[in-house]
Ligand binder design. Structure first.
Ligand code: RRO
Length: 307
């Protein structure tokens, strides 16, 4: 038996496979396809203090190497979330992490406060990085804001908190350090990369909002570089996100320093990807005589690196 377990602060995961927010619904949509209890942690679509309709169509564009979205944070709001979505999530044995956001700084605290006495929640992911709403990335573009919001949430809960970061900044490690100083238990990186597509017949942007968030295999090298940078400068765990579509992709991120990883865009075209990836991790460990996957974390060999 290979030991796939990893720890994110006080949070024990049976394996490092997590689902990325917004790509796995509220998990019940996947119950016929995946054994949900075999996933290390499930992260739900972002919930906000009040209901939101999201952006007008068109909200998704498929591109050759990835997906462009401008969904705009549609959700039922935290009150209805608790009534409509939590009952199913509470039946799961795996860790359920609720991704929260606010349109202002207080919105994060509001959501977490409201969720505090709800059972079946293993932790919170703070969405500091939605590229598709006004000011959505501001929480992880300014270190002062990132630290302040993290600290205010930290005062509100003893549950683990993960700060989800945007790659669309000059120095992601500066923002990561701010979240660590504010009391985050981990950071997750990266949210989507700002991108655009234009219809050359109409000459109009293909998304209703012009630009959107780009995800999928094309962004994997960008994500890997950010995860490597973060894991070298932070003391808290880094959770990798960005183009992970198979076990080999995930292993690269673990070697680069990630403690766990999130599976995102691939869920749309290969909905059992979490299961395949978990099996692939076991297979890789067996083949390479690795008893504990945690031994892989940060095992990158840098002796020949020129800079
Ligand atoms: O809903 C969205 O448009 C969205 C969100 Br909240 C996010 O965090 N990242 C993204 O690419 N889209």
């Amino acid at each position: 038996m290979i030991d796939l377990s990893v720890h994110i602060g006080s949070l024990a995961l049976q394996n490092p496979v997590m689902t990325a927010s917004g790509t796995f619904g509220y998990a019940d949509e996947f119950k016929e396809i995946c054994d949900l209890n075999d996933i290390g942690a499930i992260i739900t679509k972002t919930v906000t203090p009040h209901p939101r309709p999201g952006n007008p169509p068109r909200r998704i564009v498929e591109l050759p190497y990835g997906m462009l979205n401008s969904i705009g944070l549609p959700n039922v709001g935290v009150e209805s979330f608790i009534i409509e979505k939590m009952p199913f999530l509470q039946t799961l044995k795996t860790n359920v992490i609720i991704n929260v956001a606010g349109t202002d700084e207080e919105g994060f605290v509001f959501c977490v406060q409201r969720l505090e006495d709800v059972s079946g929640i293993a932790g919170y992911e703070l969405n500091f990085s939605c590229p598709n709403v006004k000011g959505g990335t501001s929480f992880s573009s300014d270190p002062g804001i990132a630290e302040r919001v993290t600290r205010n949430v930290r005062k509100t809960t003893r549950r683990p908190i993960i700060a989800k970061l945007t790659p669309n900044v000059t120095s992601i490690s500066e923002i990561g350090r701010a979240c660590e100083n504010g009391g985050a238990d981990a950071v997750s990186a990266i949210n989507t990369v700002v991108g655009m597509a234009i219809d050359i017949k109409t000459r109009r942007p293909r998304l209703s909002t012009g630009t959107g968030g780009y995800s999928g295999p094309a962004i994997k090298p960008i994500a890997l570089a950010k995860v490597f940078e973060l894991s070298r400068c932070l003391s808290i765990p880094v959770i990798a996100i960005g183009g992970i579509a198979c076990a080999e992709d995930a292993i690269e991120f673990l070697i680069a320093g990630a403690t766990a990883f999130q599976v995102g865009t691939v869920n749309f075209y290969e909905p059992d990807a979490t299961m395949t990836i978990k099996k692939g991790l076991e297979y890789y460990c067996q083949k390479n005589n690795i008893q504990k996957i945690a031994d892989l974390i940060g095992s990158i060999q840098l002796k020949e690196m020129a800079k």
